[in-house]
Design a protein around this ligand. Structure first.
Ligand code: GDP
Length: 305
């Protein structure tokens, strides 16, 4: 992931560094190349535009061009802008509420929601979900599937639960999502669970029924975290999906799946800017330990080589 963007930016940077003096026209030409590189990596157009505008302004506005190493400084400005676009600091799960802390997983069908639910549950159970002190405590986790649309979705989560040794709410056939959420809350409280993970139903497309269902579940469960799961391989669509969800549901973060795939990476790059929400985790494979906390500066480092 990010290879072609990395190559393109590397080329622009080498040319900038290779020159002693820089004119405003040189900077504008370089920034046009940066913009093309971002768009080719599938970064959303308004995000790429704003990125380049801000970076250009900084590069020609200050005394950069008159400095001893203008090329170096312009490179630094672009690098900093990249880190800022990705969200600067890694953001942890916020689970410091009266238990059970509810994590609601939302997203389209096939985005990797159920798998990510299990991956996060596994980390929490092992005390590895966050990087802070509290995150190192092993959590007692209960998972519940509210997906009554897709056949066997509830069984799929139960199977994953067995694999990772995390409890799942017993299935009651015919029960509707809001009622399952209520039952899950009750079970989690009574049985002293620290964290309750709710795997909500997906849809093929964003639709109002889905949004209404999520809002009803959120009202009942009062989640500490609402994580949107999106497939990074869907590029621009992923960004649109995130925008849609983010407009209607109070998301607290994003899980980007399939970061192991051969994607151009633009979804990851645009996500924060478009939704204002941090990417908290990246899914990097089908296995249940293939999940990484998302560190913007490391990702930027990888892109910048
Ligand atoms: P859901 O419909 O959103 O619940 O999607 P699932 O969790 O069932 O995932 C759909 C498919 O994507 C499954 O085959 C998963 O193994 C796979 N998957 C999920 N996350 C990742 C990931 O980060 N990388 C890869 N390569 N595959 C993933």
């Amino acid at each position: 992931m990010f290879e072609s963007l990395s190559d393109r930016l590397g080329g622009v940077f080498d040319r900038l560094r290779g020159r002693g003096a820089l004119t405003e026209a040189d900077v504008r030409a370089a920034m046009r190349e940066v913009r093309v590189a971002l768009l080719e990596a599938d970064v959303a157009l308004p995000v790429a535009r704003e990125f380049v505008e801000k970076a250009t302004e900084k590069a020609i506005g200050q005394n950069v061009l008159r400095s001893v190493t203008p090329g170096q400084q312009v490179v630094k400005i672009v690098s900093d802008a990249l880190v800022e676009m990705l969200g600067s600091d890694a953001v942890e799960l916020e689970l410091g509420v009266t238990p059970p802390a509810v994590i609601m997983m939302v997203g389209l069908q096939g985005s990797g929601k159920t798998t990510s639910t299990a991956k996060i549950a596994k980390r929490l159970a092992a005390g590895q979900a966050n990087f802070g002190q509290a995150g190192r405590e092993r959590k007692k986790v209960l998972m519940a599937s509210l997906d009554v649309n897709r056949p066997n979705a509830q069984e799929q989560l139960a199977t994953l639960g067995t694999q990772i040794d995390v409890a799942t709410l017993p299935i009651v056939q015919g029960q509707q999502p809001v009622d399952i959420a209520r039952r899950a809350m009750q079970a989690a409280k009574l049985q002293g669970y620290d964290v309750l993970m709710l795997d909500t139903a997906g849809r093929l497309h964003v639709d109002q029924a889905l949004m209404d269902e999520m809002k009803a579940v959120a009202d009942v469960a009062n989640p500490a975290e609402i994580l949107l799961v999106v497939d990074s391989l869907t590029g621009q669509d992923a960004v649109n999906v995130a925008q849609n969800f983010s407009d209607q549901v109070p998301l607290t973060g994003i899980v980007l799946t399939r970061m192991d795939g051969d994607a151009r990476g633009g979804a990851a790059l645009s996500m924060r800017a478009v939704t204002g929400k941090p990417i908290k985790f990246a899914g990097t494979g089908e296995k249940l330990d293939a999940l990484e906390a998302f560190h913007p500066e490391r990702v930027a480092g990888r892109i910048l080589g």
